[in-house]
Write a protein that binds this ligand. Structure first.
Ligand code: PMP
Length: 280
C-alpha cells in the first residue's frame, strides 16, 4: 500500500502526473526512515529534518508534523512488514512546466514501506570505497530529490566493484554519495563539520551521541585526500547501512584492512539501541 496524500491505496491505483514537479524538476524533498520491529527509528529527527528541508526550498508542507506522524503510523499498521524502510517524498505539486513556483499547485506527499534486513555481511566485514569528485551543489544539507551527482558517483563505485564513493570537494572529503563518513586517527574520531557541504545525517548524529557516551573524542574537521594515508579506521553511517566499516579506499587497505576497534565499539553501542520486538 502507498500513502498518497492522506489516503492509503494500492500501488496500481496511484497516478503520478507527468507535470508533477518532482518528476520534471526534482522539485521536492524526501526522507528515508528505518523501521525496526514495527517501530520507526528516530522518527522525530527525520520529520524535523524534513521540515528544515521544506523551509529551505520554500515548500509549504501539506500536513502538520503530527498529522504526518499519524499517517505514517497508519501506513505501518496496515502492513505486515515489521522491518523495513519508509520512503517519504513531498513534491511541490502539479502545474504546467515552468521553472518558477506555480501559484496554485498543492504539495503532494507520497510514502511507502519496503522490507529490508540489516546489512549483516557488510557490518561484519566492511565495505570498499573509492574517492571521486563531489559534483553536487552548495546546499547538500537539504535532502532534495535532485540526486544525479550522487547517482553518478555511486555508479562509479559500483563499476569499480566498490560499495560507496567518498566525495572530494576542494581536496577535502565531504561525505559518501549516500552516507556520512568518519575516520579514526590516533584514537580520535574525525568527521566533516555539519555545514552546507554535507547532509546532517540522523545516523551521523546517533554515532556522535554514542561516541560522547563512550568518551571517544571527536574532531569536526574535513580530512584531505592525502590524510587518508594516516588514518587507522574509517566507517560510513546511514539509515540503511547503520555504522558500517570501510576497509579499503581506492584499492588501499584502511589500517590492517579489517574493521577497527573504535568502529566496533560504536557498532556494538548502535546495536544496543535498536528497538527490540514488542511482545503482544
Ligand atoms: N549523506 C547523504 C548524501 C545521504 O544521501 C545520506 C542518506 N540519505 C546520508 C548522508 C545519511 O543520512 P541518514 O543517516 O539520515 O540516513
Amino acid at each position: 500500500m502507498i500513502l498518497f496524500g492522506d489516503r492509503l491505496m494500492e500501488k496500481t491505483q496511484v497516478k503520478i502526473d507527468i507535470e508533477d514537479r518532482a518528476y520534471q524538476f526534482g522539485d521536492g524533498i524526501y526522507e528515508v526512515i528505518r523501521v525496526y520491529n514495527g517501530q520507526p527509528f528516530y522518527l522525530n529527527e527525520h520529520l524535523t529534518r524534513l521540515e528544515k528541508s521544506a523551509k529551505a526550498i520554500r515548500l509549504p508542507l501539506p500536513y502538520s508534523i503530527n498529522k504526518m506522524e499519524s499517517l505514517l503510523q497508519q501506513l505501518l499498521e496496515q502492513s505486515s512488514i515489521t522491518d523495513g524502510k519508509i520512503y517519504l517524498q513531498i513534491s511541490r505539486g502539479i502545474s504546467p512546466r515552468n521553472h518558477a513556483f506555480p501559484l496554485n499547485a498543492k504539495p503532494i506527499l507520497v510514502a511507502y514501506l519496503d522490507a529490508i534486513d540489516r546489512p549483516v555481511t557488510k557490518l561484519e566485514h566492511g565495505i570498499s570505497a573509492i574517492t571521486t569528485a563531489d559534483l553536487r551543489w552548495l546546499r547538500c544539507d537539504i535532502k532534495s530529490l535532485n540526486l544525479l551527482p550522487a547517482v553518478l558517483a555511486k555508479q562509479e563505485a559500483v563499476d569499480q566493484g566498490c560499495e560507496e564513493a567518498l566525495l572530494v570537494r576542494d581536496e577535502k572529503i565531504t561525505e559518501g554519495s549516500s552516507s556520512n563518513v568518519f575516520f579514526v586517527q590516533q584514537g580520535k574520531l574525525i568527521t566533516h563539520p555539519s555545514n552546507h557541504l554535507i547532509l546532517h545525517g540522523i545516523t551521523r548524529h546517533i554515532a556522535i551521541e554514542l561516541a560522547h557516551q563512550l568518551k571517544i573524542p571527536i574532531v569536526y574537521q574535513a580530512l584531505s585526500q592525502q590524510q587518508l594515508e594516516q588514518i587507522d579506521e574509517c566507517f560510513i553511517t546511514s539509515t540503511t547501512v547503520e555504522i558500517c566499516p570501510v576497509v579499503q579506499i581506492d584499492g588501499k587497505s584502511v589500517g590492517n584492512g579489517k574493521p577497527g576497534p573504535i568502529t566496533r565499539r560504536l557498532q556494538q553501542a548502535f546495536a544496543e539501541i535498536i528497538p527490540a520486538p514488542t511482545n503482544v
